[in-house]
Design a protein around this ligand. Structure first.
Ligand SMILES: [Zn+2]
Length: 220
């Protein structure tokens, strides 16, 4: 799963990930809605538990939930999906039927002025690897370390709405997850593939070698 989306590199019509957005009036309307979400985030819906927002401006939502908090998290997950050009979002209220729900199957939402403007999909990495950046002419590589390691906290997807970038929102989300998971910020594992800004962020946080992983079930 991509970290910090960079849709222009994916060849979409708009950075928000909506393709062919000016063909029909209906598409233009849909694009405006999707673009607004991508740029400015989403207002907290009625019934959102404001007491769940910590002093750091962050609320966590478990994927087993189905309430307004989970619906809001899935909105941001879908904006991240569109911008990244993926088929599936990283968070579904009640969970995806494709995977088991672990204690760390969480979304973190960063709330500012009554709007959710940052999203982190957190999980536990059960499948481990190391990231090796490509040579100038080569592809990035992944060294597969397999399943024989204890689970580690996994930053699977980080997405910050466009108007709120470069203000430390992603780092604050990651710091909160690391604190909740009882681990050092630098010890988080990362979802791949990286975008260019995502790789820079991961490097600035992890220092040297990047642990990567995903939440796949053990070797079946
Ligand atoms: Zn757009």
């Amino acid at each position: 799963m991509m970290l910090v989306y960079d849709a222009r590199s994916a060849g979409y019509g708009c950075e928000c990930g909506v393709p062919n957005y000016d063909y029909y009036p209906g598409e233009r309307r849909r694009h405006k809605t999707a673009h607004d979400l991508w740029a400015r985030g989403a207002a907290l819906p009625r019934g959102f538990g404001r007491d769940r927002i910590g002093r750091d401006g962050i609320a966590s939502v478990h994927e087993s939930e189905r309430g307004p908090e989970a619906v809001l998290a899935s909105k941001l997950a879908h904006s991240a999906r569109r911008a990244g050009g993926y088929d599936f979002a990283s968070f579904y209220p009640g969970g995806s039927s494709l995977r088991e729900l672990a204690p760390w199957s969480l979304a973190y939402l960063y709330v500012e002025d009554g709007r959710a403007v940052g999203y982190l999909r957190a999980d536990a990495a059960t499948h481990h690897g190391l990231f090796r950046p490509g040579t100038p002419r080569g592809q990035d590589r992944v060294v597969d370390l397999g399943f024989d390691l204890p689970p580690v906290p996994l930053a699977e997807v980080v997405f910050v709405c466009a108007e709120h970038r470069r203000r430390g929102v992603a780092t604050r989300l990651l710091a909160r997850f690391a604190a909740d998971a009882g681990t050092a910020l630098s010890a988080l594992a990362w979802g791949v593939p990286f975008t260019t800004p995502g790789l820079a962020l991961a490097r600035s946080i992890s220092g040297g070698e990047l642990a990567i992983g995903d939440a796949r079930e053990g070797a079946a």
